[in-house]
Design a protein around this ligand. Sequence first.
Ligand code: ARG
Length: 465
Amino acid sequence: MSGPRLWGGRQSGALDPAFEAFNRSLPFDRRLVDEDLVGSIAWARALGGAGVLSAPEVEALADALESLRAEVAAHPERLAESPAEDVHAFVESALGEKVGDLAKRLHTGRSRNDQVATDVRLFLRGEAKDLDRCLRDLVAELVSLAEREAETPLPGYTHLQRAQPITAGHHALCYAEMLARDAGRLCDAAARLDESPLGCGALAGTAFPVDREALAADLGFARAASNSLDAVASRDGILEVVFACTTAMVTLSRLAEDWIFFASQEAGFLTMGDEVTTGSSLMPQKKNPDALELIRGKCARVIGHLTALASLQKGLPLAYDKDLQEDKEALFDALDTTRACLTVTATCVRTARYRADRCRAACATGHLDATDLADLLVARGVPFRDAHHKVGAAVAAAEELGCVLADLPAEVRDEHLPELGGVALAEELSVEAILERRSALGGTAPSRVRAEVKRWKSRLQSWNA
Ligand code: ARG
């Protein structure tokens, strides 16, 4: 069955059925129906202002479009069942059923090209807000975690080799910083998208005396786009939003990877909540971190969408080309995937518990105190490079003896570290002492983490203000 067409005066034959299905976008762009209706109401008013439609005609169109909004919200299946080519064709034919021939006047001076560009920008306004809220909620969970675990020591890694002790709170706030920047990128993208393409026509602008600035304001845009070709042909804003989704997903994939390792029996630093783990169909003992693995995996999808959207626009001639219809599925899936991953990650963070005993024990092996030992030498006048060398030799001796640096026998200690005679190494190299030394801005000390938690709490309060 073929749908009502917005064109066809020129063509005499029917569409090839396979091409007709291929060409349709309603199965996915129906998601833009409310934006299409809102844009159409504003366009009717703009045509009224331009003297193209009379006041009663504008009113009749606006009333019909408003009631359509309510109807499709209550009965989304109307869209799913419609044979229309795209969401714009659906709206025009549904409007025709309500107001008859008057519906045919609404498209005066407008093209689906400026229409779809407007719909997507209106849609992204809501989506950006929603994603920003998800990012904020996740950051809030990380801040609560940091508060709970401000003092919990955790081995910090470089090259996935134990490096220096950090606090679990500091680790959590690292992700808060990253995610806040992801939110910032989203916000910047949304600000650049805040201009109205409507009234730019197919590519050259509209020939009717439409007040585009008033129209932009009517739709809540900050301004009207200044160049009609740019307005209908550019999708860099979509690319930018999906880039922000990508950086957020990359952040989540790193958190996922850290925690999958932390929850492994090899590390055992963390247990995941039952809410977000699964069992095995075969092995009764299993508790698998599927949520985090899926998040890590779904990052690949979003990176794929980013790549697809950049490739779609590469070398595309001005102005509109049907290639651009391909932007929507990538955009929608990137947004949906990112939102779902943010929500699930928040549950993972809320329900995870650090195992302080295991974390503390892990900090005691691997000579995570070696840097602090070198710093003790520096405090006694040894140049750092020499101190580094001496401690390296002491570590080799401790490895050989199978002991920690603080427990080196007196003669070995005197041989490698004569400057430290009389220093209570067990105390100076305790994990608490090591952590608390790093209380300068940016450091991992519990006191600094608590101060950062305080700063984050006030930042969260003003996040959406
Ligand atoms: N479905 C189309 C899209 O998403 C709408 C614009 C169609 N314009 C056109 N001239 N065929 O891009």
